[in-house]
Ligand binder design. Structure first.
Ligand code: PLP
Length: 391
């Protein structure tokens, strides 16, 4: 007698890594080619060119065989020097990790305090930059979509704040859980380095990460003094000229990237963003119907790639997630840092459709009941009504 629901597909509803579409899996399921051979050069050159479209940039996109953390380090190490001041915004756990990395790299980060319930505050950034008369701050670093809280910062407004202060600092943006899911424009918003990863909106397994690099960032990299070797843009860009890499690239993941970029282009990026917005709204309607609280308190900052949900005082988000995994074979995101056991996170990004969302919310609603978390039924119904009325 089967006691666990082992049949059927696992629901991977953490906010990344996300579900990898069959077309991407099939693309990776090809013989690894010689990464120094002529075929690779043609493939690499075309891929590096077309990858730019996802960032909405005409400048260089550098691809590392590394997780997103590597691309964080690359962004800092290529543009900054020991002791440089950098302005960072405390949006949540990932902003905190990036700040810790900056400290370890001997930079001097200043952390604009936040309450983990909203995105970065452009007015706070502008005020601090105006005070910096001697222009000691060399970079402003913002996490576009804070995966620990489900809050999205307005990068267009951050850009305006930097311009209003007339400050020359570089703008470095982490789009690891927003690229390919939430509207993002590297060139139009004057971003200098965009940091990204493969395992979320790009619908790939983990293992690739990216820097999109502005002309200003490239110029800054000429004088930057932090030690860099593996992450060095110079060797990378020199090899990329002819479609190659300075070391062995993650060849089969690049096949997958090629397919994923095609899929995003065929769907149309704006349609992909609208789909994410719609699924996020349906999810929030479910959460409100359950009578639970959304971690992000600022509606203008609601994330379209995930929703972090608070459990009532005296209840355990981790016990709820364990119940849902055990009974319904679904993984949800855990609370990170101070949010441990206080929130669970529903990922609704990547290759994801209406029925997957309804199934996901169904698993949560049944789990709330089984785990004895106080709530009202009807969340799934509220989401279905919204989805049906907004096809
Ligand atoms: N930044 C954000 C916003 C993230 O969501 C993550 C991972 O989830 C990271 C950085 C770190 O990326 P990785 O775990 O791929 O190294």
């Amino acid at each position: 007698v089967e006691t666990k629901p082992t049949a059927g597909r696992h629901f991977l509803q953490i906010p990344g890594p996300t579900n990898v579409p069959d077309r991407v899996l099939r693309a990776m399921d090809n013989p690894t080619m010689d990464h120094r051979g002529p075929e690779f050069g043609r493939f690499g050159k075309a891929l590096l060119e077309k990858a730019r479209t996802v960032f909405r940039t005409a400048s260089h996109v550098v691809i590392y065989p590394a997780s997103g953390t590597g691309a964080w380090e690359a962004a800092l190490a290529n543009t900054l020097s020991p002791g440089d001041r950098v302005l960072m915004c405390e949006t949540g756990w990932f902003a905190t990790l990036w700040r810790e990395m900056a400290e370890r790299l001997t930079l001097r980060p200043e952390f604009l305090a936040g309450d983990w319930r909203r995105g970065a505050d452009p007015a706070q950034i502008e005020t601090r930059l105006r005070e910096d008369k001697e222009r000691a701050i060399k970079a402003v670093c913002v996490v576009h979509n804070e995966t620990s809280t489900g809050a999205t910062s307005r990068i267009d407004e951050v850009r305006k704040a930097i311009d209003a202060a007339g400050h020359p600092a570089l703008l470095l943006v982490d789009t690891i859980s927003s690229l390919g899911s939430i509207d993002y424009r590297h060139d139009e918003w004057g971003v200098d380095v965009t940091v990204a990863g493969s395992q979320k909106g790009l619908m790939l397994p983990p293992g690739l990460s990216f820097n999109a690099v502005s002309a200003k960032a490239l110029k800054a990299s000429e004088d930057a003094k932090l030690p860099r070797s593996f992450w060095d843009w110079r060797a990378m860009l020199a090899a990329n000229e002819t479609g190659y890499f300075p070391y062995t690239p993650a060849t089969n993941l690049l096949y997958g990237l090629d397919a994923a970029v095609d899929m995003l282009a065929e769907a149309g990026l704006d349609n992909v963003f609208a789909r994410h917005d719609r699924h996020a709204e349906a999810t929030r309607r479910a959460v409100r119907a359950w009578g639970l609280e959304i971690q992000c308190e600022e509606p203008r900052h609601y994330s379209s790639s995930l929703t972090a949900v608070r459990v009532p005082e005296g209840h355990s988000a981790d016990a709820l997630r364990a119940t849902i995994l055990e009974r319904h074979n679904m993984s949800l995101g855990n609370g990170l840092g101070p949010l441990k056991d206080r929130v669970f996170r529903i990922g609704h990004l990547g290759d994801f459709g209406d029925l997957q969302l309804v199934g996901t919310l169904g698993g949560v609603e049944m789990g709330l009941r089984a785990a004895g978390v106080p709530h009202k039924p009807g969340g799934v119904q509220a989401a279905m009504e919204y989805l049906a009325g907004n096809a």
